[in-house]
Design a binder for this molecule. Structure first.
Ligand code: EPZ
Length: 440
């Protein structure tokens, strides 16, 4: 007889291999860095490949933990996923065995929920776990569920799982979101492309990764257009064909390395940078006084060694506004700006908590409430022992450690491996003193 005590059906984060990053700061970064493919495009493209039984081939896929989780999840469904070369994946979703996305996948990665739309549209049923994801807010999925119901799906919720089915083919319809949702928009598109009839989605998110997804869907034979910047129209098709696609570059990784150059007083050239996708971010760097020289898909960033930058207020917003994922790296830059900068994180609640770690390094930060903080500088950051709380805050602690005097040891480094390909290698090649430390 198993242990007689009642089992507590609550999710326990699986014990992760404790990893850390050791950094010796104070060295200006110099040289070239190649921007990898976008995490937030690649995950949706891999999911979109389940819309057909034919083979789809993706190149420029970032070799990151979240991609591996998505690949494992697809394979667990019975989807054939080959990995013939670095950054290349081939997907063939013939007959899948199970239409079940387990708690383990969802707990590791919120983006697993993007499988709801395509599996529902293609197979008519799916059981999918309510996702966890980054600790940057409640992260509900109610808007996704409402959109599926709008397209004719029946969805019930039980014990942490959504049970979704569509009697027959999904029906096109008008999806009206109360507010912009990136993956909500993507799930609606991925359901509508095989639905019977016309679907309009508004307000549709405008993130560039969505246009990369639409580009791929069109290659599959889908009829998807933006009739206005925030309106997407879909004419459903009975079936879609396989297609090849190169993943768009990662604008968040690009912005992260630009801040690294700025805060270390370095001189860095980014290659394969999605310059046209960084408008609002470039405006912030300009206000702060960072020298940025875009040239096609290259961007040169020259930091100021010692000289001060100018404080400025920043506010995150859905694209084309300032990306919330670039708010944490920008906060590190603002520690070196003279004056007080106000941060308004308008998208997620508690995406500012990590600033307390920055404060432990000597930054003068004040977390006003869930959505507002101030950073006053310039302050000299001191290396110390730190803990990563989520992906973007984790990368930002590395930026702070690179800029700081002395050595830092940052625990929880598995967080940053979720979304940045070869991050230590890339920084080493720019002259940083950084090493991965396994903590057993
Ligand atoms: C995507 O998350 C990205 N993730 C996030 O990047 C990014 O920060 C976010 O968009 C905003 O740009 C992926 O693409 C995998 P939302 P998503 O739906 O789609 C609320 C990273 O580090 N909301 O646009 O989940 C939500 O709570 C990650 O790469 C609901 O209330 O974000 C938030 O306040 C972090 N109900 C707001 O909407 C819902 O059903 C915007 O969220 C859905 C969302």
């Amino acid at each position: 007889m198993a242990d007689a005590r009642p089992f507590h059906w609550e999710y326990q984060e699986p014990p992760v291999q404790r990893e850390a990053v050791r950094v010796e700061g104070g060295r200006p970064l110099k040289g070239e860095v190649a921007v990898s493919g976008s995490k937030n495009a690649a995950l949706k493209l891999l999911a979109a490949a389940t819309l057909t039984g034919e083979r789809c081939r993706f190149t420029n896929v970032p070799e990151i933990a979240d991609v591996r989780v998505m690949v494992e999840t697809l394979r667990d469904l019975g989807v054939v996923v080959d990995h013939p070369a670095a950054n290349t994946y081939e997907v063939a979703a013939g007959d899948v065995d199970w239409l079940f996305v387990p708690l383990e996948a969802a707990a590791k990665m919120r983006a697993s929920f993007i499988l709801l739309g395509p599996l529902l549209a293609r197979f008519g049923r799916v059981i999918i776990s309510n996702p966890g994801g980054d600790r940057i807010g409640r992260r509900p999925v109610n808007l996704h569920v409402e959109a599926m119901k709008r397209l004719g799906a029946e969805i019930s919720y039980k014990n942490g799982y959504y049970f979704a089915r569509s009697p027959g083919r999904l029906r096109g319809g008008d999806v009206q979101f109360p507010s912009v949702t990136v993956m909500g928009t993507e799930n609606a598109i991925l359901a509508a492309v095989l639905a019977d009839g016309h679907t309009s989605i508004r307000p549709a998110a405008q993130e560039p990764e969505i246009d990369d997804l639409i580009d791929f869907l069109r290659k599959m034979g889908a009829d998807v257009t933006r009739s206005a910047p925030d309106v997407i129209e879909v004419e459903g098709r009975r079936r879609l064909r396989g297609a090849d696609h190169r993943v768009t570059p990662d604008r968040i990784e690009a912005g992260t390395f630009m801040i690294a150059a700025a805060v270390t007083g370095g001189d860095v050239m980014l290659r394969h940078a999605p310059t046209s996708q960084l408008g609002a971010f470039l405006e912030v760097l300009d206000r702060v006084g960072v020298s940025v020289t875009p040239d096609g898909e290259s961007i040169r960033v020259q930091g100021r060694s010692g000289a001060e930058y100018e404080a400025t207020d920043i506010e995150t917003a859905p694209y084309p506004g300032l990306a919330t994922d670039l708010q944490p790296p920008t906060a590190v830059l603002l520690t070196r700006a003279s004056g007080t900068s106000r941060i308004h994180e308008a998208i997620f609640e508690d995406r500012l908590e990590w600033l307390a770690e920055l404060g432990r390094m000597g930054a003068d930060v004040d977390i006003v409430d869930d959505h507002h903080a101030t950073v006053t500088g310039p302050s000299t950051l001191r290396g110390c022992e730190l803990e990563m709380s989520d992906l973007r805050a984790g990368a930002s602690l590395i930026l702070a450690a690179l800029a700081a005097d002395g050595e830092s040891l940052i625990h929880g480094a598995h967080q940053v491996r979720r979304g940045y390909e070869n991050i230590e290698r890339k920084f080493l090649d720019l002259g940083a003193r950084i090493a991965h430390v396994s903590e057993g």
